[in-house]
Write a protein that binds this ligand. Structure first.
Ligand SMILES: [Zn+2]
Length: 155
């Protein structure tokens, strides 16, 4: 899915990595004649690309970025106490990730991306919620679950 470039750093080999607002990194190399990104070679070129979008396949794969910090969690909900707001389409803010933990029973989790089918999260399992993607949860029977939220350490 499309994510915005919010900064850059160089890896240990000196190659430039774009930092995306999802907290994933993505190499932006200038390797003629295969990959042409002359803009990455200069500070002004890099700055000119801030705010532009790159396709993040690690978000598509629901990969929780490394180095995030758990900062909040909901109370444990049961099938009768899951807030209505979570049962209708809603999304996490930019840069915020979630983990839905199912302690007991089973919970249905639907990411509303094209081609996504509802998935069942079973007792002892967790599912990743990426930022800014509409989703909802639904109890189809007895369940105990809670949601844990993550953000970047510095935020
Ligand atoms: Zn990403």
């Amino acid at each position: 899915m499309k994510r915005r470039i919010i900064g850059y750093h160089q890896d240990e080999r000196g190659d430039w990595v774009a930092e995306l607002d999802c907290h994933h990194g993505q190499h932006v190399r200038h390797q003629p004649p295969f990959t042409l990104r002359p803009w990455v070679e200069s500070r002004s070129g890099r700055n000119s690309r801030l705010g532009m979008h790159l396709n993040c396949v690690r978000c598509d794969a629901l990969e929780l970025p490394e180095g995030l910090k758990s900062y909040k969690q909901t109370p444990t909900f049961t099938e009768t106490t899951i807030p209505r707001a979570l049962q209708a389409a809603h999304s996490l803010k930019s840069g915020i990730w979630g983990l839905i933990h199912v302690l007991d029973g089973c919970l249905q989790y639907t990411l509303e991306r094209q081609g996504d089918a509802p998935q069942s999260i079973h007792a002892g399992k967790s599912a990743v919620v990426p930022p800014e993607v509409p989703h909802h949860i639904q109890a189809t029977g007895p369940v105990q679950c809670f949601i844990e939220f993550f953000r970047r350490q510095a935020d």
